[in-house]
Write a protein that binds this ligand. Structure first.
Ligand code: AMP
Ligand code: GLY
Length: 423
C-alpha cells in the first residue's frame, strides 16, 4: 500500500514510524515532511495547506490511503477534496473539523448538549466585549474564535490585560480573521489531561491519557509553547475520572456531532481540566496532539494502519485497540528563543544508537546534512516500566542529540511523578 501523510512535524514523524510497522505498507510520502524523516518517508515539497497540489500528487502517484494530521488542512477541507478524488482518508471532513476551527462553535455545541465546560460568552463586536469585561469575574480567559497556532488564548489577571487582549484580537488584527470573534470564559482550576480518541461516529475508543507541558520554562513558567514535553499515562486520569469523561464528555460529544449532521471520523482530542466539580472540556482539537502523539503511539500495541482503516470504514467497534501498561516520556529539544525569535541552520546530530527514539520536528537537509529548521527541533522519547524509568531514559536520549543553541525543560514529568506519590 502507498500511504501519504500530510504535515511535517514530530507528530507526523511518530505517525509515520508507527504506520511503517505494517508489512503491507510499501511506501509513505510525507507532504511536506522534514529532513529528519529520511529513511522513514519520502518527503515531497508540497505544503500541508496546498490542497489542490496535494490531491493532484495523490492521484498521480496512485496513493491508496491518506492521513491528514494538522488542523489547517483539516479545517480547510483537505479530506473532503481527497475523498472527492476517490482517495480514502483518516481525518474529519471540514464540517466536523469545525469543532477545532471555531471555538464559538465548540462552546455552543457543549452548551446545547450539556457537556461540561467553562461558562462563557461570545462576541463579534469589540464594544460589547469591552462592556462585558467591566463586570466579568477575574481572572478571565480571552480566546480568539479561529485557529491561532495555539497562541490565541490569554489568561488575564486584571481588567486592563483582558481589555488589551480583546482590542488586540478584535481591532488590532493580531490573529487576522481568527480573532474577529472572541470567546470570554470562566477561569477554571485543576490539573490538565489530554485524551486522544479514535472515533468513526459510531464507536469511540480513548487512547492512553497524557500530560502536556505547555510553558517554555521549568516549573511551568515563561511563555506558552506548542508543548515542551509529554508523559503518558497521566496520573490525574484515574479510572473513576475516565469513566465520568466517557459518560459525560466523550460519548455525548460524538452524539452531539452526529445530531448536528457533522459526523466526526478520525482522532478527536479532548483537552480536559479535572476541576473540583469534575472533568470539564478546555478545548477540542480535530487531530492528534503534538507532542502527545509522541508518547501515545509508542504505547499502542495494535497496528495503527488497521485501526485507522477501521475508522475510515466505520468498523471501529469490531477492531481491537490495545495499549501497553508501560509509561512513556517525550522531552522536546528546542531552539533557544522559542517560542519567540530563534536562529536556525545549525548542524543537528542524532547518533544512530538513539535514532529510533527521536521524532524530528524542525529540521532540513542542507547539502545532505541535517540542520535545525524550526522552534521545536526534536522529540526525544522513551518507554519504561515505571514513569521515572521512562523520564530518565528520555533525558538520556536528549543528551545525545546535539545542536547549537538547544534547550529543553529539565522537569518534564516531575509533576506527574509527584502526583503518582500523592494518589
Ligand atoms: P488552549 O490553546 O485552548 O489549549 O489553551 C491554552 C491553555 O490555556 C490551556 O492548556 C490551559 O492551560 C489554559 N486555559 C484555557 N482555557 C482555560 C480556562 N477556561 N481556565 C483556565 N485555563 C485555561
Ligand atoms: N499539545 C497541544 C496540541 O497539540 O494542541
Amino acid at each position: 500500500m502507498k500511504l501519504m501523510v500530510i504535515g511535517g512535524g514530530g507528530r507526523e514523524h511518530a505517525v509515520i514510524r508507527k504506520l511503517k510497522e505494517n508489512p503491507k505498507v510499501s511506501c509513505i510520502y510525507a507532504l511536506p515532511g522534514n529532513g529528519g524523516m529520511k529513511g522513514d518517508a519520502v518527503c515531497v515539497p508540497i505544503g500541508a495547506k496546498d490542497i489542490p497540489e496535494i490531491v493532484e500528487f495523490a492521484v498521480r502517484e496512485g496513493v491508496d490511503y491518506a492521513v491528514v494530521t494538522p488542523d489547517d488542512p483539516l479545517v480547510l477541507g483537505c479530506v473532503d477534496a481527497l475523498e472527492a478524488a476517490g482517495i480514502p482518508c483518516f481525518g474529519p471532513r471540514s464540517e466536523a473539523a469545525i469543532i477545532e476551527g471555531s471555538k464559538i462553535f465548540a462552546k455552543q455545541l457543549m452548551k446545547k448538549y450539556g457537556i461540561p465546560t467553562a461558562r462563557f460568552e461570545s462576541f463579534d463586536s469589540c464594544a460589547d466585549a469591552l462592556e462585558y469585561l467591566k463586570t466579568a469575574p477575574l481572572p478571565t480567559v480571552v480566546k480568539a474564535d479561529g485557529l491561532a497556532l495555539g497562541k490565541g488564548v490569554i489568561i488575564a489577571q486584571t481588567r486592563e490585560e483582558a481589555e488589551a487582549a480583546v482590542k488586540e484580537m478584535m481591532e488590532g488584527g493580531k490573529f487576522g480573521k481568527s480573532g474577529e470573534r472572541v470567546v470570554i470564559e470562566e477561569f477554571l482550576e485543576g490539573p490538565e489531561v489530554s485524551v486522544l480518541a479514535f472515533t468513526d461516529g459510531k464507536a469511540l475508543v480513548p487512547m492512553v491519557s497524557s500530560m502536556d507541558h505547555k510553558r517554555a520554562g521549568d516549573g511551568d513558567t515563561g511563555l506558552n509553547t506548542g508543548g515542551m514535553g509529554t508523559v503518558a499515562p497521566n496520573p490525574y486520569y484515574t479510572d473513576a475520572v475516565a469513566e465520568r469523561c466517557m459518560k459525560e464528555i466523550f460519548l455525548p460529544t460524538m452524539a452531539a456531532m452526529n445530531a448536528e449532521g457533522r459526523k466526526f471520523k478520525g482522532c478527536l482530542y479532548f483537552g480536559l481540566m479535572i476541576t473540583k466539580d469534575g472533568p470539564k472540556v478546555i478545548e477540542y482539537n480535530c487531530r492528534f496532539g503534538d507532542p502527545e502523539t509522541q508518547v501515545v503511539l509508542p504505547l499502542l500495541e495494535s497496528d495503527l494502519l488497521e485501526v485507522m482503516l477501521a475508522v475510515t470504514e466505520e468498523r471501529l467497534a469490531d477492531t481491537e485497540v490495545k495499549f501497553s501498561d508501560k509509561y512513556a516520556c517525550c522531552v522536546i529539544l528546542a531552539s533557544k528563543g522559542y517560542p519567540g525569535k530563534y536562529e536556525k541552520g545549525f548542524p543537528l546530530m542524532i547518533p544512530d544508537a538513539v535514532r529510533d527514539k527521536v521524532y524530528v520536528a524542525g529540521a532540513a537537509l542542507k547539502f545532505g546534512n541535517l540542520v535545525t529548521n524550526g522552534g521545536r527541533v526534536a522529540g526525544c522519547t522513551a518507554v519504561g516500566d515505571t514513569l521515572s524509568e521512562a523520564i530518565g531514559k528520555a533525558y538520556a536520549v536528549a543528551e545525545q542529540v546535539r545542536f547549537d543553541n538547544s534547550f529543553c525543560r529539565s522537569d518534564i514529568g516531575r509533576r506527574a511523578l509527584q502526583a503518582l506519590k500523592d494518589v
